[in-house]
Design a protein around this ligand. Structure first.
Ligand SMILES: C[S@@+](CC[C@H](N)C(=O)[O-])C[C@H]1O[C@@H](n2cnc3c(N)ncnc32)[C@H](O)[C@@H]1O
Length: 270
Protein backbone atom coordinates (compact mmCIF):
# COMPACT_ATOMS: atom_id res chain seq x y z
CA UNK A 1 0.00 0.00 0.00
CA UNK A 2 1.10 3.54 -0.63
CA UNK A 3 1.14 4.56 2.98
CA UNK A 4 4.45 6.43 3.27
CA UNK A 5 3.50 9.71 1.76
CA UNK A 6 4.25 13.31 2.55
CA UNK A 7 1.09 14.60 1.02
CA UNK A 8 0.59 18.27 0.36
CA UNK A 9 -2.88 19.25 -0.73
CA UNK A 10 -3.05 21.36 -3.85
CA UNK A 11 -3.94 25.04 -3.97
CA UNK A 12 -6.26 24.19 -6.84
CA UNK A 13 -7.28 20.73 -7.91
CA UNK A 14 -7.80 21.75 -11.48
CA UNK A 15 -4.58 23.76 -11.82
CA UNK A 16 -3.02 21.22 -14.10
CA UNK A 17 0.56 21.32 -15.20
CA UNK A 18 1.64 19.30 -18.19
CA UNK A 19 3.06 15.92 -17.26
CA UNK A 20 6.83 15.73 -17.30
CA UNK A 21 8.01 15.58 -20.86
CA UNK A 22 10.78 13.10 -20.47
CA UNK A 23 13.32 15.32 -22.20
CA UNK A 24 15.08 16.34 -19.06
CA UNK A 25 14.36 13.74 -16.41
CA UNK A 26 17.86 13.75 -14.97
CA UNK A 27 18.28 11.70 -11.81
CA UNK A 28 17.34 13.84 -8.82
CA UNK A 29 15.11 16.15 -10.87
CA UNK A 30 11.59 16.61 -9.51
CA UNK A 31 8.60 15.31 -11.48
CA UNK A 32 4.89 15.06 -10.71
CA UNK A 33 3.50 12.16 -8.77
CA UNK A 34 -0.11 13.27 -8.55
CA UNK A 35 0.08 16.69 -6.86
CA UNK A 36 3.43 15.95 -5.21
CA UNK A 37 6.84 16.67 -6.66
CA UNK A 38 9.15 13.69 -6.26
CA UNK A 39 12.47 12.60 -7.71
CA UNK A 40 12.52 10.64 -10.99
CA UNK A 41 13.57 7.48 -9.15
CA UNK A 42 10.89 7.87 -6.50
CA UNK A 43 8.18 8.33 -9.13
CA UNK A 44 8.87 4.95 -10.71
CA UNK A 45 8.91 3.30 -7.29
CA UNK A 46 5.71 5.03 -6.14
CA UNK A 47 3.81 4.20 -9.35
CA UNK A 48 4.84 0.55 -9.04
CA UNK A 49 3.67 0.59 -5.40
CA UNK A 50 0.28 1.98 -6.44
CA UNK A 51 -0.32 -0.80 -8.96
CA UNK A 52 1.16 -3.49 -6.70
CA UNK A 53 -1.39 -2.43 -4.11
CA UNK A 54 -4.44 -2.16 -6.38
CA UNK A 55 -3.74 -5.14 -8.68
CA UNK A 56 -5.93 -7.75 -6.88
CA UNK A 57 -8.97 -5.42 -6.87
CA UNK A 58 -8.12 -3.41 -10.01
CA UNK A 59 -10.81 -4.84 -12.31
CA UNK A 60 -13.55 -4.66 -9.66
CA UNK A 61 -12.59 -1.07 -8.78
CA UNK A 62 -12.72 -0.05 -12.44
CA UNK A 63 -16.31 -1.27 -12.69
CA UNK A 64 -17.33 0.36 -9.42
CA UNK A 65 -15.57 3.70 -10.00
CA UNK A 66 -16.81 4.20 -13.52
CA UNK A 67 -20.17 2.40 -13.12
CA UNK A 68 -19.01 0.19 -15.98
CA UNK A 69 -18.23 3.16 -18.28
CA UNK A 70 -14.60 2.07 -18.73
CA UNK A 71 -15.92 -0.92 -20.73
CA UNK A 72 -17.71 1.41 -23.13
CA UNK A 73 -14.58 3.59 -23.48
CA UNK A 74 -12.37 0.55 -24.14
CA UNK A 75 -14.86 -0.71 -26.74
CA UNK A 76 -14.71 2.73 -28.35
CA UNK A 77 -10.90 2.47 -28.57
CA UNK A 78 -11.09 -0.95 -30.18
CA UNK A 79 -13.86 0.12 -32.57
CA UNK A 80 -11.75 3.07 -33.74
CA UNK A 81 -8.65 0.89 -34.05
CA UNK A 82 -10.65 -1.72 -35.95
CA UNK A 83 -8.09 -4.53 -35.52
CA UNK A 84 -7.72 -6.89 -38.42
CA UNK A 85 -6.95 -10.61 -38.14
CA UNK A 86 -3.24 -11.25 -37.63
CA UNK A 87 -2.49 -7.65 -36.62
CA UNK A 88 0.47 -7.55 -34.23
CA UNK A 89 -0.75 -5.24 -31.51
CA UNK A 90 1.14 -3.92 -28.50
CA UNK A 91 -1.00 -2.98 -25.48
CA UNK A 92 1.30 -0.57 -23.61
CA UNK A 93 0.70 -0.51 -19.84
CA UNK A 94 -1.89 -3.15 -20.62
CA UNK A 95 -2.26 -4.27 -16.99
CA UNK A 96 -4.78 -7.08 -16.73
CA UNK A 97 -5.33 -7.13 -20.49
CA UNK A 98 -8.75 -5.55 -21.14
CA UNK A 99 -7.69 -3.99 -24.45
CA UNK A 100 -5.71 -7.07 -25.48
CA UNK A 101 -8.71 -9.37 -24.92
CA UNK A 102 -10.99 -7.18 -27.00
CA UNK A 103 -8.42 -7.14 -29.84
CA UNK A 104 -7.86 -10.89 -29.56
CA UNK A 105 -11.61 -11.37 -30.01
CA UNK A 106 -11.25 -9.60 -33.36
CA UNK A 107 -8.40 -11.82 -34.51
CA UNK A 108 -5.42 -9.63 -33.60
CA UNK A 109 -2.23 -11.00 -31.98
CA UNK A 110 -1.92 -8.93 -28.80
CA UNK A 111 1.11 -8.45 -26.61
CA UNK A 112 0.51 -6.90 -23.20
CA UNK A 113 3.54 -4.98 -21.95
CA UNK A 114 3.45 -3.63 -18.41
CA UNK A 115 6.05 -2.52 -15.91
CA UNK A 116 4.13 -4.15 -13.08
CA UNK A 117 4.39 -7.93 -12.72
CA UNK A 118 1.44 -8.15 -10.32
CA UNK A 119 -0.92 -6.55 -12.84
CA UNK A 120 0.31 -8.98 -15.51
CA UNK A 121 -0.17 -11.93 -13.13
CA UNK A 122 -3.77 -10.94 -12.44
CA UNK A 123 -4.35 -10.80 -16.20
CA UNK A 124 -2.74 -14.19 -16.78
CA UNK A 125 -4.73 -15.73 -13.90
CA UNK A 126 -7.91 -14.34 -15.44
CA UNK A 127 -6.92 -16.08 -18.68
CA UNK A 128 -6.49 -19.37 -16.82
CA UNK A 129 -9.87 -18.97 -15.10
CA UNK A 130 -11.31 -19.00 -18.61
CA UNK A 131 -10.06 -22.60 -18.91
CA UNK A 132 -6.95 -22.14 -21.06
CA UNK A 133 -4.25 -19.57 -21.50
CA UNK A 134 -5.19 -17.35 -24.45
CA UNK A 135 -2.67 -16.55 -27.15
CA UNK A 136 -1.98 -13.17 -25.58
CA UNK A 137 1.73 -12.63 -24.78
CA UNK A 138 2.47 -11.04 -21.40
CA UNK A 139 5.72 -9.06 -21.21
CA UNK A 140 7.17 -7.22 -18.24
CA UNK A 141 8.61 -3.98 -19.62
CA UNK A 142 8.68 -0.21 -19.40
CA UNK A 143 6.76 2.05 -21.77
CA UNK A 144 9.80 4.36 -21.80
CA UNK A 145 12.14 1.60 -22.94
CA UNK A 146 9.99 -0.92 -24.78
CA UNK A 147 11.63 -4.35 -25.11
CA UNK A 148 10.68 -4.68 -28.79
CA UNK A 149 12.49 -4.14 -32.07
CA UNK A 150 12.08 -1.05 -34.24
CA UNK A 151 9.16 -1.24 -36.70
CA UNK A 152 7.86 -4.51 -35.25
CA UNK A 153 4.20 -3.64 -34.45
CA UNK A 154 1.18 -2.98 -36.64
CA UNK A 155 -0.47 -1.04 -33.83
CA UNK A 156 0.21 0.33 -30.37
CA UNK A 157 -2.74 0.84 -28.06
CA UNK A 158 -2.60 2.20 -24.56
CA UNK A 159 -5.34 2.77 -21.98
CA UNK A 160 -4.95 4.76 -18.76
CA UNK A 161 -1.20 4.10 -18.62
CA UNK A 162 0.53 7.18 -19.99
CA UNK A 163 -0.40 9.53 -17.16
CA UNK A 164 1.67 7.27 -14.90
CA UNK A 165 4.91 7.31 -16.85
CA UNK A 166 7.78 9.55 -15.80
CA UNK A 167 8.75 10.68 -19.30
CA UNK A 168 5.63 11.06 -21.41
CA UNK A 169 7.46 12.31 -24.52
CA UNK A 170 9.90 9.43 -24.27
CA UNK A 171 7.04 6.90 -24.03
CA UNK A 172 5.41 8.43 -27.12
CA UNK A 173 8.68 8.23 -29.05
CA UNK A 174 9.02 4.59 -28.00
CA UNK A 175 5.54 3.83 -29.33
CA UNK A 176 6.52 5.45 -32.63
CA UNK A 177 9.82 3.55 -32.76
CA UNK A 178 8.22 0.11 -32.45
CA UNK A 179 5.45 0.89 -34.96
CA UNK A 180 5.90 -0.17 -38.56
CA UNK A 181 5.56 2.65 -41.10
CA UNK A 182 1.80 2.90 -41.63
CA UNK A 183 1.20 1.56 -38.10
CA UNK A 184 -1.50 2.98 -35.85
CA UNK A 185 -1.30 4.52 -32.37
CA UNK A 186 -4.39 4.80 -30.16
CA UNK A 187 -4.48 6.15 -26.63
CA UNK A 188 -7.35 6.19 -24.14
CA UNK A 189 -6.76 8.47 -21.17
CA UNK A 190 -8.69 10.53 -18.70
CA UNK A 191 -8.86 14.08 -19.94
CA UNK A 192 -10.52 17.47 -19.37
CA UNK A 193 -14.27 17.65 -18.88
CA UNK A 194 -15.70 20.09 -21.40
CA UNK A 195 -19.24 20.35 -20.00
CA UNK A 196 -19.82 23.07 -17.37
CA UNK A 197 -21.25 21.75 -14.09
CA UNK A 198 -20.20 18.20 -15.02
CA UNK A 199 -16.61 19.32 -14.36
CA UNK A 200 -17.45 20.32 -10.77
CA UNK A 201 -19.49 17.20 -10.09
CA UNK A 202 -16.69 15.10 -11.54
CA UNK A 203 -14.09 16.89 -9.40
CA UNK A 204 -15.92 16.21 -6.18
CA UNK A 205 -16.70 12.64 -7.25
CA UNK A 206 -13.10 11.86 -8.07
CA UNK A 207 -11.52 13.58 -5.06
CA UNK A 208 -14.09 12.46 -2.46
CA UNK A 209 -16.00 9.35 -3.54
CA UNK A 210 -13.26 7.53 -5.48
CA UNK A 211 -10.67 7.56 -2.65
CA UNK A 212 -13.38 6.34 -0.23
CA UNK A 213 -14.26 3.51 -2.61
CA UNK A 214 -10.54 2.77 -2.77
CA UNK A 215 -10.44 2.54 1.00
CA UNK A 216 -13.45 0.23 1.27
CA UNK A 217 -12.83 -2.04 -1.69
CA UNK A 218 -9.07 -2.04 -2.25
CA UNK A 219 -8.00 -1.03 1.27
CA UNK A 220 -5.94 1.79 -0.22
CA UNK A 221 -7.43 5.28 -0.19
CA UNK A 222 -4.19 7.02 -1.13
CA UNK A 223 -3.64 4.97 -4.26
CA UNK A 224 -7.01 6.15 -5.55
CA UNK A 225 -6.36 9.73 -4.50
CA UNK A 226 -3.16 9.50 -6.58
CA UNK A 227 -5.22 8.26 -9.55
CA UNK A 228 -7.53 11.30 -9.27
CA UNK A 229 -4.58 13.68 -8.95
CA UNK A 230 -2.66 12.14 -11.84
CA UNK A 231 -5.67 12.74 -14.08
CA UNK A 232 -5.51 16.47 -13.32
CA UNK A 233 -1.79 16.53 -14.10
CA UNK A 234 -2.18 14.91 -17.53
CA UNK A 235 -2.16 17.30 -20.51
CA UNK A 236 -5.51 18.46 -21.90
CA UNK A 237 -6.77 17.05 -25.21
CA UNK A 238 -5.10 19.59 -27.54
CA UNK A 239 -1.84 19.70 -25.59
CA UNK A 240 -1.59 15.92 -25.65
CA UNK A 241 -2.33 15.90 -29.39
CA UNK A 242 0.57 18.35 -29.86
CA UNK A 243 2.89 16.06 -27.86
CA UNK A 244 1.94 13.09 -30.02
CA UNK A 245 2.79 15.12 -33.13
CA UNK A 246 6.08 16.23 -31.55
CA UNK A 247 6.96 12.56 -31.02
CA UNK A 248 6.86 12.16 -34.80
CA UNK A 249 3.42 10.60 -35.28
CA UNK A 250 1.12 12.04 -37.95
CA UNK A 251 -2.57 12.61 -38.63
CA UNK A 252 -3.30 13.15 -34.95
CA UNK A 253 -7.01 13.26 -34.08
CA UNK A 254 -8.94 13.06 -30.85
CA UNK A 255 -12.49 12.32 -29.69
CA UNK A 256 -13.99 13.12 -26.32
CA UNK A 257 -15.81 10.39 -24.43
CA UNK A 258 -18.48 11.14 -21.81
CA UNK A 259 -18.04 14.90 -22.07
CA UNK A 260 -14.24 14.75 -21.93
CA UNK A 261 -13.97 12.63 -18.78
CA UNK A 262 -11.88 10.48 -21.08
CA UNK A 263 -10.50 11.06 -24.57
CA UNK A 264 -9.22 8.91 -27.39
CA UNK A 265 -6.22 10.07 -29.42
CA UNK A 266 -5.41 8.44 -32.74
CA UNK A 267 -2.26 8.87 -34.85
CA UNK A 268 -0.25 7.06 -37.48
CA UNK A 269 3.41 6.40 -38.11
CA UNK A 270 3.64 7.97 -41.53
C1 LIG B 1 -4.63 2.35 -14.74
S1 LIG B 1 -3.76 0.91 -15.22
C2 LIG B 1 -4.44 0.55 -16.83
C3 LIG B 1 -4.40 -0.91 -17.17
C4 LIG B 1 -5.10 -1.28 -18.47
N1 LIG B 1 -4.47 -0.64 -19.59
C5 LIG B 1 -6.56 -0.93 -18.40
O1 LIG B 1 -6.98 -0.04 -19.13
O2 LIG B 1 -7.29 -1.56 -17.65
C6 LIG B 1 -2.17 1.58 -15.63
C7 LIG B 1 -1.18 0.52 -15.98
O3 LIG B 1 -0.02 1.16 -16.48
C8 LIG B 1 1.09 0.46 -15.96
N2 LIG B 1 2.27 1.34 -16.03
C9 LIG B 1 2.53 2.44 -15.30
N3 LIG B 1 3.71 2.97 -15.66
C10 LIG B 1 4.19 2.18 -16.65
C11 LIG B 1 5.37 2.21 -17.44
N4 LIG B 1 6.30 3.17 -17.28
N5 LIG B 1 5.55 1.25 -18.36
C12 LIG B 1 4.63 0.26 -18.54
N6 LIG B 1 3.49 0.19 -17.81
C13 LIG B 1 3.28 1.14 -16.88
C14 LIG B 1 0.70 0.07 -14.56
O4 LIG B 1 1.51 -0.95 -14.02
C15 LIG B 1 -0.75 -0.33 -14.78
O5 LIG B 1 -0.88 -1.69 -15.08
Amino acid sequence: MVRARLWSRPMSQSGARAASDGESNAAGEAVDFGFRRVSVDDKGRLVRAVFDSVAPRYDLMNDLMSAGLHRHWKNALVDWLNPRPGMRLLDIGGGTGDIAHRCLARGAQPIVCDVNARMLNVGRDRDLDGGALSSISWVNGDAENLPFADSSMDACATAFCLRNVTGLARALREARRVLKPGGRFLCLEFSRVVIPILDRLYDSYSFRAVPLLGRWVADDEEAYLYLAESIRRFPAQEDFAAMIAEAGLGQVKHRNLSGGIAALHSAWRV
